[in-house]
Design a protein around this ligand. Sequence first.
Ligand code: IMP
Length: 424
Amino acid sequence: MPTVCVIGAQWGDEGKGKVLDLLSADADWVVRYHGGSNAGHTVWLGNEKFVLHLVPSGILHPHVRCVIATGVVVDPRHLLEEIDGLESRGVKVAGRLFLSDRAHLVFPYHVELDKLAELRRGENRIGTTARGIGPAYADRASRIGVRVAEMSEPDAFRRHVERNVEEKNALITGLYRAKPLDAGAIVAEYLECAKRLRPFVSDTFAMVGDAKRRGERLFFEGAQGALLDIDFGTYPFVTSSHPITGGVTVGVGIPPRDVERVIGIFKAYTTRVGAGPFPTEDPGDLGKRLRERGGEFGSTTGRPRRCGWFDLVACRYSCELNGFDAGVLTKLDVLAGLSEIPVCVAYGLPNGETTRFPGNVSVLERAVPRYEKLPGFDGDVSGIRNYRDLPVEAKRYVQYLEEHLEIPFSHVSVGPEREQTIVR
Ligand code: IMP
């Protein structure tokens, strides 16, 4: 297996958790390269449900070593909670999980500012996960962020955090008229976390590079989805990192040529959480049906996801952006029982029709999808394991998407469990 990167091709929640768990069985290392505890990757093992936010999904395979790389922003309280939760359920994490010494920390002031900024935006809110992700990346870019390695020098760490809290409190109390945070309490809590996290902290840049040179199998785990990319997504309704293939090289510190295979995860329909344009959204009964049948509620926030139809304009853009070698199509089972399945093939805009994804959200907001309607299929497909056993209309749907995306689907997922997968 070459070095593989797995990317959400839409607006996140494509079912990456399951696919990552499935594919990483063949990996030696699974490396998470961006985002933070805004992500929620769900993996079902029999009747047991695991929701992972920061720890890579590979952790559920005992032979896999997992890395939280430099591009991730880490709330150490969430990380410890997740490690404890996994250990208490018999998943060995110690000695298998490595946290980059260069990764930036998420602090309570980031979380507070994330919430306060959203409140202030009112109707223009982004609908963030309120995990402090945007403010933490903003501090990184402003060069006032605090990195994991700094926790090993308590005095300097304290001074740095105190300086930041002073600055943030000026904003919190001045602009937002909210209560100031206590720097001393934050420092004390984080230094306690630091003691417990010390064994996990590593130079993951060197570690991943050495693994690559030894010919070990590396797997890069994306979170969120390409259309939430800070630059190429539907800005400003995006996350603050790069969930795209390019994000791997800067998030891990590896040359682009070392990403040998890129796999895009596509849901058989589309969902989005939070605000922002979504041309194929179906706010009516069919959208509601997708939500209910697909269990479309956020695994991090519990929010109902907005649901709609497969959007070839957006997904072809995602293919171009990421250079997918292959795709995985998930949740095909959710579409069973529909008499026809709409697929968006073009957008109608005031100045004509386009098959290009607009870079400007105000244009995208005006896009009227033009649909092609494919015949639906009946019956429960969740027990099917051979592609040839799928109803002919289901195969037609899969092949239609492949032809228009110009990539093959290596797997089709028909249910949440590892086994509910059709390998092509
Ligand atoms: P943030 O990443 O919390 O700043 O949220 C920014 C936008 O990205 C919001 O629309 C969120 O709903 C969305 N988002 C963040 N993480 C995820 C995810 O894991 N799945 C889907 N959407 C996400």
